[in-house]
Design a protein around this ligand. Sequence first.
Ligand code: AMP
Ligand code: GLY
Length: 421
Amino acid sequence: MNILILGSGGREHALAWAVMQNPKCDKLIVAPGNAGIAMIAECASFDINDGAAVASFVEENAIDFVIIGPEAPLAAGVADDLRAAGVLTFGPSKAAAQLEASKSFTKDICDASGAPTAGYAHFTEAEAAKAYIREQGAPIVVKADGLAAGKGVIVAMDEATALDAIDDMFGGEFGAAGAEVVIEEFMEGEEASWFILCDGENVLPVGTAQDHKRVGDGDTGLNTGGMGAYSPAPVMTDAVIDKAMSEIIKPTVAEMAKRGMPYQGVLYAGFMIKDGQPRLVEYNCRFGDPECQVLMMRLGAQALDLMLATAEGTLDQARVNWADDHAMTVVMAANGYPGAYEKGSVIRGLDALPEDSKNMVFHAGTSEKDGQIVATGGRVLNVTARGDSLKDARDRAYAMINEIDWPEGFNRTDIGWRALS
Ligand code: AMP
Ligand code: GLY
């Protein structure tokens, strides 16, 4: 079959790498793609957030299946437009994507389904929000309601920080995303993510992961999109998984169906776990980036069959074939990230690295210039390895990093520290 993947990050390179290995894939096009993706698939350029543009590309290129990587096209309703055109599509509708696009929507779903999460209040006006913060005290968490590229959450350890966050959000710092805020109880514990395929009715978990959001070693410094990840997450024990499934995931999926917005795609649940009890931190309506890289490394070619079963509504008949393995990805970012960084520096040494089912460098922000790979983004490479143990995966990922010659980039040296200690 002919397959189209939308997106251009490390997540989409990992999806493309897995899909390409499946004999069902005759032709793969990725839009817009990046330099790493261009080595394994055709890349195309059009506005991936414009449903009509995507649908006409699909028709012209006889695409049989579309996999939507990032949240923006999902929140824009591209999956709806494709399904309306009769195209088999992996990814939730605009209505269902509210689980990521609106924090207050998700809180409402938790209330209705009884899923454990942080206590909260929802505000559309600054003074009332501030009064609530003064009443509750710190620590407290202030969240812009809408999509803010992962930057709309302020975990305030003191009251002044929380009050400043309200001024920033209502002052327009996050654009329309901040016109409404959710203020949440601060939850203590250890965070982990779980990725669950849903076909509207049936659910099939495809792995747990933990990522490192802070830019610096020891989980210090500014928040980023994620500096590395590993799978599985040891904190997601069988007992935690059972509770998360029965108390949070199944009730959410049932509530979405009941509201006439069945969830179809991957549900990315972020949990805070304390004393064996998971509570929901957030949902995302897509694979995590860089978590997808470790999941695809572990799933390989079967990922395509599973995404097809999701889109076709046959997940009740699907099974995941798990190896008892571990995967880790380490992000290499441009110096300065997540602040200002230079573009255009040359990355050398990639050609000599192994590329197989256990070692892969997934590209994020790269392009090709005069036969060389140059950095064009903040997060640039995802150096990924699979092993019999997490330590084995870690050692091989860092061994690959040692071979990469890119003085203008950096990486964390301690990905996985919590699980390895
Ligand atoms: P979110 O975008 O909602 O996942 O929030 C980003 C990050 O902020 C999460 O990964 C947590 O580390 C942190 N966070 C969000 N909500 C809470 C909360 N209620 N309590 C503690 N930390 C939180
Ligand atoms: N790695 C965090 C995310 O994809 O949202």
